[in-house]
Design a protein around this ligand. Structure first.
Ligand code: F3S
Length: 406
């Protein structure tokens, strides 16, 4: 990979050991993917924050960067950690886990990373524009960044993204190049998509069907006949697709890179019928209703929080059931000022921030299965995973009907 004079100097340690180590790692990644050079990026979104997924190894790794004096050089946000920073005890998290999690957050803070702890940084100011190069590491956020904004990022891993944040650059390969962003599969949607979970189920069908191909950068679907989707519905579609490795999709007439559709190299296509949608829903239908529902994978935005509030208003959670909503601290503050949090609390909903339904440890003495409205949550909570709990899917309205009395 070709290096600039400035990069050569960093590599020789002239900016300190932290940047030298970070650049060396980026060069290894770039060489592996045969990148020609590094390109400047305007932001980073860093994953691998939970003590559940990172363990003591994450603390050691971050400590090394801190000891070497590393600091991020561009605006950098953080993915969910393993607990709500304020209400962690209500989640049945033990003190040892909480102590380790706080240590991890402190280390990120020392690296100058904004400890926002959400997988939807675009919901509170980390916005992107078409063509903008960034380095993001959370799979659902990567798919949203590439597809909804038309920004350019590969799915970084937790180490390469930290290195990119420190240097402010990333190797120029994959989704940073226009030729790798053209659709390779086509989907005609004949089914009715009426709400969030319909889009999530659509992502499941499409992701699973095209996972038989071995595209270098995953399937890049081009959807026809999707009309007027809400942003959170496209977020749900992308998150489900991301569970199968898709990092970019296009929607006819909706997503920003319409000019790329003319270069599509379609090798497979499918039609989504109402029957396919319903059969896939059935495959996730619970045999018995679990004691816990989790909403907010990806983290809920204001409109999703409002939707829950509308459905539970003047209702009360059933005895022995728990209903948890996950969002960012920023969205919670707006929801609070709009009165939604009070409605949720009155109904018995527990609202958590800084974390997500997948990277927190469940108390398995209390919960033996989970209900959700999200395909991605179902994939990542169920086996094989660190939580390893059977997980089922219903649309939000049905989850509420099962969990609340009039
Ligand atoms: Fe976000 Fe966690 Fe789901 S990071 S996409 S809420 S698995």
């Amino acid at each position: 990979m070709e290096l600039t004079k400035e990069e050569e100097q960093i590599l020789q340690g002239e900016s300190g050991e932290g940047p030298r180590a970070a650049l060396s790692l980026l060069i290894d990644v770039g060489d592996f993917f045969e990148a020609s050079k590094l390109i400047p990026i305007s932001s980073a979104h860093i994953s691998g924050v939970s003590y559940l997924t990172g363990g003591d190894g994450l603390i050691d790794q971050l400590s090394l960067f801190v000891e070497k004096g590393a600091k991020v050089s561009i605006p950098s946000t953080l993915n969910p950690c393993g607990m709500d920073r304020v209400n962690w005890e209500n989640m049945y998290i033990d003190l040892n886990f909480a102590t380790k999690q706080f240590e991890i957050l402190k280390l990120f803070d020392e690296l100058d990373v904004s400890t926002t702890c959400s997988c939807t940084p675009y919901d509170f100011g980390h916005l992107l524009s078409k063509g903008q190069h960034v380095a993001w590491a959370e799979s659902s956020a990567v798919t949203f960044a590439n597809s909804f904004f038309g920004a350019r990022t590969n799915k970084e891993d937790s180490l390469s993204v930290l290195a990119a944040a420190i240097i402010g650059k990333t190797p120029y390969y994959g989704f940073h190049l226009s030729e790798n962003r053209v659709p390779n599969v086509k989907v005609v949607v004949e089914a009715n998509l009426n709400e969030y979970t319909d889009y999530s189920i659509l992502g499941e069908i499409v992701g699973k069907t095209f996972s038989k191909h071995s595209f270098q950068y995953g399937a890049i679907p081009y959807f026809e006949k999707i009309t007027n989707p809400r942003p959170q519905e496209l977020k749900a579609l992308g998150a489900a697709l991301a569970s199968f490795g898709t990092q970019l999709y296009h929607v006819d007439g909706i997503t920003p890179e319409q000019e790329l559709l003319a270069y599509a190299e379609i090798v497979d296509e499918m039609v989504i019928t109402q029957d396919m949608l319903e059969k896939t829903y059935q495959s996730f239908y619970p045999e018995t209703i679990p004691d816990l529902t989790v909403i907010g994978c990806p983290n809920a935005n204001l409109e999703e929080i409002q939707n829950v509030a509308k459905l539970v208003k003047n209702k009360k959670i059933k005895e022995g059931k728990e209903f948890w909503v996950f969002s960012s601290a920023a969205q919670k503050a707006i929801a609070q000022s709009s009165g939604y949090i009070d409605i949720l609390q009155a109904a018995g909903v527990k609202f958590y921030t800084d974390t997500c339904p997948e990277v927190m440890p469940y108390d398995k003495m209390r919960f033996t299965s989970i209900l959700t409205n999200s395909v991605k949550a179902a994939h990542y909570i169920a086996a094989p995973s660190l939580n390893d709990l059977p997980t089922y899917i219903l649309p939000l309205k049905k989850c509420v009907e099962e969990f609340f009395n009039e």
